[in-house]
Design a protein around this ligand. Sequence first.
Ligand code: C5P
Length: 418
Amino acid sequence: MFVVVGVTGGIAAYKTVQLVRLLVKAGHEVHVVPTDDALRFVGLPTWEAISRHPVTTSVHDDVARVRHVSLGQSADLVIVAPATANTLAKMTAGIAEDLLGTTLLATTAPVVVAPAMHTEMWRHPATVHNMAVLRERGVIVVGPEDGELTGGDSGPGRMSEPEVVLAAALAAVGASAPGDLAGLRVVVSAGGTREPIDPVRFIGNRSSGRQGIAVALAAADRGADVVLVAAHVEEGVLAEASVRPSVRIVSAGTAEELGTVMAAEAASADVVVMAAAVADYRVAEVSPLKRSKDAAPEGGITLDLVENPDILAGLVRGRRGGQTIVGFAAETPGEGETLLDRGRRKAARKGTDLLAVNEVGWARGFESPDNAVTVIDAAGEVVAARRGSKRDVAEALWDAVLAVRPDQQLTQSRANPK
Ligand code: C5P
């Protein structure tokens, strides 16, 4: 979501730093528009660093891109926090003497304000009138709270806490509450490894990376810090992940490279998801030169393959305390056995906390936008089953992860899955 956060000149601007941080962590594109006065409380470098976008107060900067209206036009949501009595008055009158004023006039997005001022100012008939006008226009007002104010006064006037402003703002645009994975560091592998034969050939597989990337994006949208370890993925599927501030992408080509990256990244992760299709074998001797048919025996050649280490099993062996490890099992069940039988045996062998089992075949599982998985826990019990888009499957997987994590009571369950 494209979110504009207006900041005006109150001491509570320090709380808005946290608000912006929460929005960015939840994967939103955040543009901060402070007033000149706001910058006396929290400086421009802080806003730029935390929002990861350039920040200006003036309508005269970046004129070529018509910034004075483009921000408001692009916004899906505008939050003004803190909103001083002065800014609320200007909003009521439609005064547009700075970038925040023009942005507010140019937007048709929901506007949420979090007032902060002394009690006398909040209760002044002018402010009371302004708030009534703004409410009537559809502006959503969060707070102010009753409590201690600067200078030792107390009463209504404290800006609501950032989490409260965020929840109200997201509710205003119909977004589900973020952050049931907030604070978790998550590593997800995706795509298929390629095992070289020579400089131009490899042994690969049909994994597109879509399921793993959907798992990574769902985690990011639910507030996690995500490392996406990408083996070979289909053209274009990384685009969305590559612009998410809370997703860091690391590339890995072969199973060995993937293993090295996963081991390093898992060392600081709370949850590891191995969605990559890792080649079980690699070519014993990779030819430094392109293998030529001329030098090959007549009728065919034989490639010696050696087994790759099982990365997932290795991660389970080296897991840190409290870490949840999730595997995928793409299966083509044979005669006389079910998909679940195979999944259960695999879960026991690998020691995963959760294993997402899905049937694959010539026309099933790979490359398609949809998937159907059954998730089993360490005891082989089915804890979730979902058929739908790869994103739906990803959401169900994260619900299952939360349910098995020891800290699950600290996290609220996701009430409104997308
Ligand atoms: O044994 P199988 O390949 O079916 O196991 C699938 C799961 O194990 C996936 O999560 C996959 O990422 C992981 N795996 C691995 N290292 C391998 C082979 C598979 O981590 N060498």
